[in-house]
Ligand binder design. Structure first.
Ligand code: MG
Length: 206
């Protein structure tokens, strides 16, 4: 399935998702939005959101974009992925929401997206719905990744998808929290691996 042309240059959107990973999210999002709404944890500046929203567009479906927009550990001042352009001069804190919304507007995809500006766990505590796809790309500590997996994977409908970013089989290539939840999902017997693109893994709920 070819992806429609994006109305903006994706490299003008800050983020860590490769083009191949984004296109895979689009492809699987197209299938999954027939099962139920999509939800991503860790929207940052909207790079993955744009691919998922594009997947929703023709079907009139929606993606929940969950992020507190205060940056993960690695985005804080002094850390490896800190970007001083995202500092809010008023509060001195990271604020990626302005940039997130600006990018969705530039992509003309804001109508497909329901932003949830809250910690993932807080939204999970009051969310009772069923989902067609969950994309986990939030906090990369083991605690955060486990919490996201436990909170959100249970909402995936049969035939729906669990996508996980930053899965690195080689510990030298990256942190091991995402691959840990990927292995947990496979070990549960409820999910099977259906796609691997760069560090993205896509599993289907039986
Ligand atoms: Mg990531």
């Amino acid at each position: 399935m070819t992806m429609p042309e994006l109305p903006l240059h994706i490299d003008s959107v800050k983020g860590f998702l490769s083009t191949a990973e984004g296109e895979a999210l689009y492809r699987h999002g197209r299938d999954a939005c027939r099962v139920g709404p999509l939800l991503e944890v860790g929207s940052y500046c909207g790079r993955s959101t744009i691919y998922l929203a594009l997947a929703c567009r023709d079907a009139g479906a929606y993606v929940f974009a969950v992020d507190h927009h205060r940056g993960s550990e690695e985005h804080q001042p002094g850390e490896m992925f800190h970007d001083s352009e995202l500092l809010d001069p008023r509060s001195g804190e990271i604020d990626s929401f302005y940039e997130f919304r600006r990018n969705l507007e530039r992509a003309h995809l804001q109508a497909q997206v329901i932003p949830v500006v809250a910690p993932s766990a807080r939204f999970a505590a009051c969310f009772t719905g069923a989902l067609g796809l969950v994309f986990i790309d939030g906090g990369h500590s083991l605690e955060a990744a486990l919490a996201d997996y436990r909170a959100w994977s249970t909402h995936i409908l049969p035939g729906g998808l669990l996508a996980i970013h930053d899965v690195f089989p080689d510990p030298a290539a990256g942190g091991q929290a995402p691959i840990t939840i990927c292995r947990l999902a496979l070990a549960s017997g409820l999910f099977e691996m259906i796609d691997e693109v760069d560090s993205l893994r896509v599993l289907r709920r039986q």
